[in-house]
Write a protein that binds this ligand. Structure first.
Ligand SMILES: [Zn+2]
Ligand SMILES: [Zn+2]
Length: 235
């Protein structure tokens, strides 16, 4: 078997104490080895979140021309299945922080080059989930994405309204709850010239993201793109 451990750099003390094993192939070195990361990107595809069609970037022409839906260009690592699903699950529910960096890197691979000011807006997580998991998983991905582009800033422009619980709700309840799930953070000024990357971990019904897009647009945000770790095909 090929040796994928980098021998050109010394491992950090933490790596020596607690080495990572690739979640995909078990090789020692990184939480996800370069080869498994490439495999995820190759075996997946950017998808139109609305019709699940494979697309190069943004949104498919069919959905773009549908005037009743107004969705910003979307960029997705891939379908929520296989290794990508395993990683996201462990990251989100078992708080495996080490997956934040490779997930951000894979998402960045899908994203277009953006000129000018870029603000990343993580879709706010329910506070009780942050407390119980000890991790704001979407915020951490946003920070890792910003590390890859020093000019990008993370902004908590959206706040979550109280009593909006999604887990366990049925499809109709989720859509109804999502409609008033968020509000604009009054402490943050909106820059109309900036591009806002609205970030979330999964597109299931799309209700949360669509509701967030509406609020951003209603408050004068003009340039929005969606960055989503995965798309759930089941719903
Ligand atoms: Zn691997
Ligand atoms: Zn479509």
């Amino acid at each position: 078997m090929p040796n994928i451990v980098k021998t050109t750099t010394f491992p950090s003390l933490l790596d020596v104490i607690a080495p990572h094993y690739c979640r995909g192939c078990g090789h020692i070195g990184k939480p996800i080895c370069d080869r498994c990361e490439k495999n995820i990107l190759r075996s997946n595809h950017n998808l139109c979140p609305l019709c699940k069609q494979k697309i190069k970037s943004g949104i498919c022409s069919h959905c773009k021309n549908n005037k009743s839906i107004s969705l910003p260009p979307s960029f997705i690592i891939g379908e929520r299945s296989g290794l990508l699903n395993d990683i996201i699950h462990d990251y989100k529910y078992n708080s495996v922080r080490a997956y934040a960096k490779p997930l951000a890197k894979m998402l960045d691979y899908r994203l277009p080059k953006i000129d000018g000011t870029v603000n990343i807006v993580p879709l706010p997580t329910i506070n009780s989930h942050i407390r119980s998991r000890g991790l704001d998983h979407t915020l951490l991905i946003a920070k890792k994405l910003a590390h890859l582009h020093p000019s990008y800033k993370v902004t908590k422009l959206l706040l979550r309204n109280a009593n909006t619980i999604q887990v366990g709700s049925n499809h109709d309840q989720r859509i109804a709850q999502a409609a008033n799930a968020y509000r604009i953070n009054p402490k943050i000024n909106i820059n109309k010239n900036a591009t806002y990357i609205l970030l979330d971990d999964v597109w299931t019904t799309g209700a949360s993201l669509q509701s967030a897009v509406k609020i951003l647009k209603a408050n004068g945000v003009e340039k929005i793109i969606l960055a989503i770790l995965s798309l759930s095909i089941l719903n």
